[in-house]
Design a protein around this ligand. Structure first.
Ligand code: NDP
Ligand code: MG
Length: 394
């Protein structure tokens, strides 16, 4: 039986890894929609190869190029934010949510409304709107399968277990590109320095977020929202080899760990074949060759993002949406060379402070509109604060 699938963010790192798995078992799938952003050539090539029904670019100005590239193929084309939502409204058995940033939120919500399986790589969805997203899935009988490697690992370690027996969840962090840099040099880190991940090959934004540990900060919040575990039961530990992805600690003291090569096709494949566990083309771990697996507590002075994540988890409500939007703006400003690497966390903290004077951060978000409005207001505030920060350091 063929399964119908849609991939949001098909042109990105996760999207391409997903297509790699689909390609290996081509006849098992019918591709409904593929979406991308500015990489129109990749999107068009994939839409042709997989015979997609629909190809969508999220940017309207890219639509003419996409239309031209797919002319005469019979593949429908569309562009813009609304077109993404319409693509999510097309029935598909399995949908991959792999757009980067809060832009991935609305399409994921729509896919859930049709009671389907949503493979969730877009961690920003849970950080900005976790309770709403989980409630939406429940209300429509839809299922969310985690694709972030740590969360897939926890999900797998929990198979057959009772959540009441879970004492703690430990997610690992490689420490990113700058983990061994002297603290007093971090301010000088360039885009190239922060963008060279030691173990994982990922999109540019998440790679820099790994160096700043904003990625792990988002993942702590993601863990709380997805598994419904209290923040004081969630830990992050530095593990430079990226072989152990997460561990679940039970009340009898047992730890169940998930180990695997650092290859996202592992988590993607698990979500694609769930509840089956099928063969995957990933490297096998050779423990004797590895010889050593190290673990250490993260240095909180080096990674202020982790402290901020704790504050955000304690606040709940709209704090996650503010945190994520402020982080996205701070990252944009760092990528644009306007603020330093070490300015990102202070900017996010200042934005959280400023926003907490405008809205009650602890109030629950009452719907997707409120989340998107909070996201929008936060970006304006963070942009202002970021630019004044730039003037001060210039
Ligand atoms: P990439 O940057 O590689 O890809 C992002 C995708 O989103 C591309 O298809 C891109 O299109 C598209 N896109 C970019 N901006 C927008 C926008 N404003 N609206 C709609 N689509 C847009 O990211 P990754 O694949 O690395 O990450 C995707 C998500 O998965 C992120 O949320 C990330 O945190 C998460 N994740 C990624 C992991 C990884 O290993 N890469 C691991 C765990 C989680 P285009 O390129 O055509 O412009
Ligand atoms: Mg991860």
């Amino acid at each position: 039986m063929t399964r119908s699938i849609s991939i949001f963010g098909a042109t990105g790192s996760i999207g391409q890894s997903t297509l790699d798995l689909v390609r290996r078992d081509r006849d098992a799938y019918r591709v409904v929609a593929l979406t991308g952003g500015r990489n129109v050539a990749q999107l068009a090539a994939d839409a042709r190869e997989f015979g997609a029904e629909l190809a969508v670019t999220s940017f309207e100005d890219c639509l003419p190029a996409l239309r031209e590239a797919l002319g005469g193929t019979g593949i429908a084309v569309a562009g813009g934010t609304q077109a993404l939502i319409e693509a999510a409204d097309r029935p598909a058995d399995w949908t991959m949510s792999a757009i980067v940033g809060a832009a991935g939120l609305a399409p994921g919500f729509h896919a859930l409304r049709h009671g389907r399986t949503l493979a969730l790589a877009n961690k920003e969805s849970l950080v900005t709107a976790g309770p709403l997203l989980m409630a939406e899935a429940r209300a429509h009988g839809a299922r969310i399968l985690p694709v972030d490697s740590e969360h897939s690992a926890v999900f797998q370690a929990l198979v057959g277990e009772d959540m009441a027996a879970v004492e703690r969840i430990i997610i690992t962090a490689s420490g990113g590109a700058l983990r061994d840099w002297p603290l007093d040099r971090l301010a000088e880190a360039t885009l190239a320095d922060a963008g060279a991940h030691p173990n994982w090959d990922m999109g540019q934004r998440i790679t820099i977020d790994s160096a700043s540990m904003f990625n792990k900060a988002l993942e702590l919040i993601e863990t709380k929202e997805f598994f419904g575990v209290a923040p004081d039961r969630i830990e992050a530990v530095i593990h430079p080899q990226s072989i152990v992805h997460a561990l679940v600690g039970f009340r009898d003291g047992a730890l169940m760990a998930h180990l695997g090569a650092p290859d996202m096709r592992h988590a993607i494949g698990y979500a694609l074949h769930w509840p089956d566990r099928r063969a995957l083309p990933v490297e096998r771990v050779d423990l004797a060759k590895l010889a050593m697996l190290e673990f250490r507590a993260p240095d909180m002075a080096r990674f202020p993002a982790l402290r901020l994540a704790r504050e955000v988890m304690a606040a709940g409500g709209g704090a996650g949406a503010v945190f994520n939007a402020a982080k996205e703006v701070a990252l944009d400003l760092f990528i644009a060379g306007r603020i330093r690497f070490t300015d990102m966390a202070p900017l996010v903290e200042a934005t959280l402070d400023a926003m907490s004077r405008e809205i009650r951060l602890t109030d629950a978000m009452d719907g997707l509109e409120t989340v998107l409005e909070t996201d929008h207001l936060t970006r304006i505030r963070a942009q202002d604060l970021g630019l004044s920060m730039q003037e001060q350091t210039a």
